[in-house]
Design a protein around this ligand. Structure first.
Ligand code: 2M8
Length: 429
C-alpha cells in the first residue's frame, strides 16, 4: 500500500506541485496541497515544503490563498472553469499567476506543523520562517474581510470554498441562487468527460456555481460589498474549525520561529467560542452551517457537522454530542467498523451513495475526524476508523471517493490526497 501511495504521488508530481488528479484536476488545488504535504513529509519532506511554497507564492495581497493555481503550460479547456473564466487579473492584488478568486478550508498551518514535526531539520525551520507571515496573513483575511456576519467567524461565498462542493448542506442556499441549467450549453464541462455524470454535480448545480462566481468576479473579487448583494453567504463548520486549528498550529510555529504564541492561542479560543455559540444546535446535538441570508442554521446533518472535533479546545459537552452523532446510525463510527464515515447522513432521504459529496466516503474528512478522535483521547474509536480507512484503500485503491457500503472506488482512480493521507495513517498506527 505504501508503494502504491508513493507511485501515485510521484505520478501526480508536476515540476513544483502535485496535481490532485492528472485527468480531473490537472492544476494545483489549495487544500489538496496541504493534505498532500502531510503525506509527502513521510517520504520526501523537501517536496512537501515545495508544495506549500508554490501554493503560497500565489497568495493574493489581501492574504487569500486561491483555491486553484492554474498551470500556464496546459491547453485551454483542460479544466472547467479555467483561467479565462476566473479572469483573476481583474482583481487588485492578484498575483502574476492565474488563479481562482475563492478560498478553501485553511488546513495549511496545521499541515505545515505536521510536516515539520514529522521531519524536523534546519531546512524545516527555515521553511516555517518563510511560511509563518503568509499563514498569518491568510488567517487575517478570513477573520477580517470574511467576517461578514460580524460574529467572529469566516463566511464562505461559494460551495466550492467548503471543499464539499455539492453537499446537501448547500441545497437550501443554492436553491435561492437564480440560474438555468440551459446556460451550461454554452460551456463544456470537463469533469463529466472523465467521470460518470451520475457521480457528479448536476448541470443545474454547475449553472449556479458559475452564476455565483460571475457575481463575485463582477465585484473584482472584492469582499467589501458582499454582505449586501452576494447570492451565497454561509458560515461553514469545517472552514471555521480549520481556522481555529490553524491558530493552534500557528502558536506552535510561532514558538519555533521566535514569534509570540500568545495572540494565536487567544484567537483560537475566540474562534472555538464563536463556533459553539453560532453553529452548534443543542436540539440536534451537532454543528450546522449558518445561512447568513436567512439567519438560520441549515438543518441537513452532513459530515461537516462533525468536523469541529478537530478543535483541541472543543468543550466537553460538544465533544460528547459530536461523538454521539458520529456513532449514530447516521455515520456509523465505532471501534469495529466496516467502512469509514459517509459524507452525508446515511438515514436521510437525499443520501446518494454514488454522487460525490452527497454520500460517498472520502479519505480527507475521515482523516480529519481520526485526528480529532486522537486529540480527544478516543484511541478505541480512532483505531476502528483507521482500520476501516486502510481496508478501504487496500480494496479500492487510491480512488478519489468510495461507495460508502461496498467500498467500490469512484471518481479519479489515482487521487493524490487519498495516497498522501494513507501514508500518514499507515505511519501513525
Ligand atoms: C473538487 O472541487 C473542484 C472545484 O474546486 C471540482 O469539482 O472541480 C472538490 O472535491 C474539492 O474539495 C477538491 O479540492 C477539488 C480537487 O481535488 O475537487
Amino acid at each position: 500500500m505504501r508503494r502504491l501511495a508513493i507511485d501515485t504521488l510521484d505520478a501526480n508530481w508536476e515540476h513544483d506541485h502535485t496535481v490532485p488528479s492528472r485527468t480531473l484536476y490537472p492544476h494545483q488545488w489549495s487544500w489538496d496541497s496541504a493534505f498532500i504535504a502531510v503525506g509527502l513529509a513521510h517520504i520526501r519532506p523537501d517536496r512537501a515544503w515545495r508544495e506549500l511554497h508554490t501554493l503560497f507564492a500565489a497568495q493574493w495581497a489581501d492574504g487569500r490563498v486561491p483555491h486553484i493555481v492554474f498551470n500556464p503550460g496546459l491547453r485551454v479547456g483542460s479544466y472547467f472553469p479555467g483561467p479565462e473564466f476566473w479572469d483573476s487579473a481583474v482583481a487588485d492584488g492578484a498575483p502574476a499567476a492565474a488563479t481562482s478568486g475563492l478560498i478553501q478550508p485553511p488546513v495549511h498551518a496545521a499541515a505545515a506543523w505536521l510536516v515539520h514535526r514529522r521531519a524536523p531539520s534546519e531546512a524545516s525551520v527555515q521553511a516555517l520562517r518563510r511560511l509563518y507571515p503568509r499563514l498569518v496573513a491568510q488567517q487575517r483575511y478570513f477573520t477580517g474581510r470574511r467576517d461578514l456576519g460580524g460574529g467572529g467567524l469566516a463566511c464562505i461565498v461559494h460551495p466550492w470554498e467548503s471543499g464539499l462542493d455539492n453537499s446537501p448542506a448547500w441545497d437550501t442556499p443554492m436553491a435561492a441562487v437564480p440560474a438555468d441549467a440551459a446556460v451550461m450549453r454554452a460551456y463544456r464541462r470537463h469533469d463529466t468527460a472523465h467521470a460518470d455524470a451520475a457521480h457528479r454535480p448536476t448541470d443545474l448545480d454547475y449553472a449556479r456555481y458559475i452564476a455565483i462566481v460571475a457575481s463575485y468576479r463582477e465585484q473584482r473579487y472584492a469582499d467589501g460589498r458582499l454582505a449586501r448583494r452576494h447570492p451565497f453567504l454561509v458560515e461553514c463548520p469545517l472552514v471555521n474549525a480549520a481556522l481555529g486549528v490553524a491558530e493552534h498550529a500557528l502558536a506552535r510555529i510561532a514558538a519555533v520561529v521566535g514569534a509570540e504564541p500568545g495572540p494565536h492561542r487567544d484567537r483560537a479560543a475566540r474562534i472555538t467560542a464563536a463556533l459553539v455559540d453560532r453553529l452548534y444546535d443543542p436540539v440536534t446535538g451537532t454543528f450546522h452551517p449558518l445561512d447568513l441570508r436567512t439567519g438560520r442554521l441549515i438543518p441537513a446533518r452532513t459530515v461537516l457537522g462533525l468536523m469541529p472535533l478537530i478543535l483541541p479546545d472543543l468543550p466537553a459537552r460538544q465533544v460528547r454530542a459530536v461523538l454521539a452523532e458520529a456513532c449514530s446510525p447516521r455515520f456509523g463510527l465505532s471501534a469495529r467498523m466496516d467502512r469509514p464515515l459517509p459524507s452525508h447522513d446515511r438515514t436521510a432521504p437525499d443520501f446518494e451513495p454514488l454522487r460525490y459529496w452527497r454520500g460517498p466516503s472520502w479519505m480527507n474528512t475521515n482523516w480529519l475526524l481520526w485526528r480529532g478522535l486522537r486529540a480527544h483521547h478516543r484511541p478505541d474509536l480512532a483505531a476502528g476508523l483507521r482500520e476501516s480507512m486502510l481496508e478501504l484503500v487496500a480494496r479500492g485503491g487510491c480512488h478519489e471517493y468510495f461507495h460508502p457500503d461496498t467500498g467500490a472506488g469512484l471518481g479519479s482512480p489515482a487521487f493524490s490526497w487519498t495516497a498522501s493521507l494513507l501514508l500518514d495513517v499507515l505511519a501513525e498506527g
